[in-house]
Design a protein around this ligand. Structure first.
Ligand code: AMP
Length: 560
C-alpha cells in the first residue's frame, strides 16, 4: 500500500495526462495478478469494487475519533490540520507525522491487507466496531500510507485521475487497444474486472450484465438558447427535462430493479413502477426519470420528495403521490423470453430512440416516454422551452441525435437548459448559528463550488456565497443535527462541516468579488432544494459561474 500511495502522490503532482497515464501503466504492469484488481479498485477512489453495492459505512466522526486516539491528539488539533488543507487524508497524515507515529515497517499493510481491512470495516456492526477494525489498520500505516488509506476509505481520493486515464493506462500496460478497454469498461461497469480481462487478453469476453447499473451519462449546463445553438449544430433534438429522480430500469422477465443515479437499488421505494414493468414483453435497460404523476399531469418535485428516502412507502403515500417511469433512453434491449439482450450504448441516439419508441411506453400504464421535438434555431428552442415549462417540466435537455451513450461523461452531446437564469449546485462547507428566532439552529450556511481553474488542485472547493438557509423549521432542525454530527472544526460560531451536502441555489445576479475564494459572489442566493441525489464531486464549477457572469455582463444586467 505504501507503493500505491507513492504512485498516487506522483500522479497528483503532475497535471500532464500523458505523464499520469505513463506512471500508471508502468505501475499496473508491475503488479501480480492478485494485486492488480485491488490496485485498480483503489485507483477509482473506492474502498470496495464498483459492482459491490456495499459501502464501508465509516463516517468522518469515527475516522476522526480513531485518528485522534491513535495519535494522542485532541479533536480540535485534527480540526486545525483539516482547516489548513480542507482534506481529511492530508489532515490525518499531518497529525500522525507530528505525533511521531512510526509503525514497524515489517507490519506495513499490503494491498490485500488493506482490502481485507476495508471489508472487515464494512462487515462490522456499528461505529464502535467499525472504528476498532479501522484502528487496527491505521496503526500499521506510516503517515503517507495513512493519508491514502483514509482518502480511499472516505471516497475522496482527489489526485486528478479520471476513469479515462485509468482505461488508457490499462491499455498501455498490457498492450491492448484503448477502444476495446473503454468498451469493456462500459459493459462491465467495473475497471478492476476490465484490468483483469486486459491483462489476460480476454477483453472480447466482456459482457453487459443486467442488474449491474451503468454509470449515467451527464449533461453540460447551457445558459440560454443562444449558447445551445452555438455549441450544437441545429437542428438539435430537444426533450423535456423532467423534474424527478434519475433512474435506470433493468428488466429480465418478471425480475425488475431500479437504480438511482449513484447506482443504489431503489426498487423497494417504487413498487408500482416495478410491478408495471414486470409483465412487459421485453428485456433490457432503460434510462429515465421517476416522476410524480396524477391524471395526466406532472406533480411538483416537492410532492415527490415525500417518496424519497421512504424505503417502503405506505399504501396511503402510494395513493397520494403516484409515480411513473418516464423513459428517455434505451441502453440495452432484447425481445424477452430468455433471448440475449444487446447493448445499444454505441448506437447513435436516433437509433436508440427508435428502439425505445417501438416499446410503446407512452401507452403503457406506469410508464411515459420523454416528449421529443426538434429545433432549428434559438427562437424555436425558446418556444419549446416555454411549452415544456407549461407542461410542468423543469426545462429542456438538448441532445445530439448522432451521439453515443457515454457513461459518466459530462460531454456536450447532452446540454441542459433549466430556468431562464440558471441555478447553481453548490456544496455547503460551513454553517453558523442564526440570530433571533434562529438562535441555536445552524441556519446560516456558506456555499462553495468546485475550482476548475488551471492549476487548482483536484476537487478543491472555493466559497461563493453565504446565505440564510430559508428552510422550514423542521428541515432546519434535521439539518442542524446532521451538521453538528459532521462538524470538522469549530471557530467561535462558525463550523467547518464535512463538504458533502449539495444544494441547488437560485440567485439574482453573479458579481465579481474578492470576498470569496471563487472570485465571485451571488446576490440574493436562495436554496431551491437539497440535492440528496448529487455528490459534491458533481457540484458546479468556477468555470460555470464565470460563464453565467460573462453572459449577464454581456446582457448588461447589473453585474460589476
Ligand atoms: P441536473 O440534475 O440538473 O444536473 O440535470 C440532469 C438530470 O436531468 C439528469 O440526471 C436526469 O435526472 C434529469 N432529466 C430529466 N429529463 C431528462 C431527459 N429528457 N434526458 C436526460 N436527463 C433528464
Amino acid at each position: 500500500m505504501r507503493r500505491w500511495s507513492e504512485l498516487a502522490e506522483r500522479i497528483a503532482a503532475t497535471s500532464r495526462t500523458s505523464e499520469k497515464v505513463g506512471l500508471l501503466a508502468d505501475y499496473l504492469a508491475s503488479l501480480s495478478p492478485d494485486e492488480l484488481p485491488i490496485a485498480a479498485v483503489f485507483l477509482t477512489g473506492r474502498p470496495l469494487p464498483e459492482t459491490d453495492r456495499r459501502s464501508a459505512g465509516l463516517g468522518w466522526a469515527t475516522i476522526a475519533t480513531t485518528v485522534t486516539t491513535l495519535a494522542g491528539v485532541s479533536r480540535p488539533a485534527l480540526g486545525q490540520a483539516y482547516d489548513r488543507s480542507s482534506d481529511l487524508g492530508v489532515a490525518v497524515m499531518d497529525v500522525l507525522a507530528d505525533a511521531g507515529h512510526r509503525p514497524d515497517p515489517g507490519r506495513a499493510p499490503s494491498l490485500a491487507d488493506v482490502a481485507a481491512a476495508y471489508a472487515a470495516v464494512e462487515a462490522a456492526g456499528g461505529p464502535a466496531r467499525k472504528g476498532e477494525r479501522f484502528a487496527e489498520l491505521l496503526a500499521r500505516c506510516d503517515p503517507l500510507t495513512a493519508k491514502y488509506v483514509v482518502k480511499v476509505l472516505s471516497g475522496d481520493l482527489r489526485i486528478g485521475l479520471r476513469d479515462g486515464h485509468l482505461e488508457a493506462a490499462i491499455a498501455a500496460a498490457f498492450g491492448r487497444d484503448p477502444e476495446a478497454v473503454a468498451w469493456a469498461g462500459m459493459l462491465t461497469g467495473d475497471l478492476a474486472e476490465t484490468a483483469r480481462l486486459a491483462r489476460d487478453g480476454r477483453l472480447a469476453e466482456a459482457r453487459l450484465t443486467l442488474f449491474r447499473p451503468i454509470t449515467c451519462m451527464l449533461a453540460t449546463p447551457a445558459a440560454d438558447a443562444a449558447e445551445v445553438v452555438a455549441r450544437m449544430t441545429p437542428p438539435v433534438w430537444v426533450e423535456d427535462k423532467y423534474d424527478g429522480i434519475r433512474a435506470q430500469l433493468h428488466k429480465e422477465g418478471a425480475r425488475v430493479r431500479l437504480y438511482s443515479r449513484d447506482r443504489n437499488d431503489v426498487s423497494d421505494a417504487f413498487p408500482e413502477v416495478v410491478a408495471a414493468a414486470a409483465g412487459l414483453p421485453w428485456d433490457g435497460i432503460l434510462d429515465g426519470e421517476l416522476l410524480g404523476w396524477r391524471d395526466g399531469t406532472v406533480l411538483p418535485f416537492q410532492s415527490l420528495q415525500a417518496r424519497l428516502g421512504r424505503k417502503r412507502p405506505s399504501a396511503a403515500l402510494l395513493a397520494e403521490v403516484p409515480v411513473i417511469f418516464v423513459a428517455f433512453d434505451a441502453l440495452a434491449l432484447g425481445p424477452g423470453g430468455g433471448a440475449p439482450v444487446k447493448p445499444l450504448l454505441r448506437r447513435p441516439l436516433h437509433e436508440r430512440r427508435a428502439r425505445l419508441e417501438a416499446l410503446g411506453l407512452d401507452a403503457t400504464p406506469g410508464f411515459g416516454l420523454a416528449a421529443l421535438d426538434r429545433a432549428g434555431d434559438a427562437a424555436a428552442l425558446d418556444a419549446i422551452f416555454d411549452a415544456a415549462r407549461e407542461r410542468g417540466n423543469e426545462g429542456l435537455m438538448i441532445k445530439d441525435p448522432g451521439s453515443t451513450y457515454a457513461p459518466g461523461r459530462r460531454g456536450i452531446a447532452w446540454l441542459k437548459l433549466k430556468r431562464p437564469l440558471a441555478t447553481l449546485d453548490c456544496v455547503v462547507v460551513g454553517v453558523e448559528t442564526g440570530h433571533g428566532r434562529r438562535h441555536g439552529v445552524l441556519s446560516d450556511w456558506t456555499f462553495a463550488v468546485r475550482d476548475d481553474r488551471p492549476g487548482a488542485p483536484d476537487g478543491r472547493l472555493v466559497t461563493i456565497s453565504k446565505a440564510y438557509s430559508g428552510l422550514t423549521d423542521a428541515e432546519l432542525a434535521e439539518m442542524t443535527r446532521w451538521f453538528e454530527a459532521h462538524t470538522v472544526s469549530q471557530h467561535g460560531r462558525y463550523r467547518v462541516v464535512e463538504p458533502t451536502v449539495v444544494v441547488e441555489l437560485a440567485f439574482d445576479v453573479v458579481m465579481a468579488s474578492p470576498r470569496h475564494a471563487s472570485g465571485f459572489a451571488l446576490r440574493f442566493p436562495r436554496i431551491v432544494r437539497i440535492r440528496d441525489d448529487k455528490p459534491a464531486a458533481e457540484a458546479d464549477t468556477v468555470g460555470a459561474v464565470a460563464a453565467i457572469h460573462a453572459r449577464l455582463a454581456a446582457g448588461g444586467r447589473g453585474s460589476e
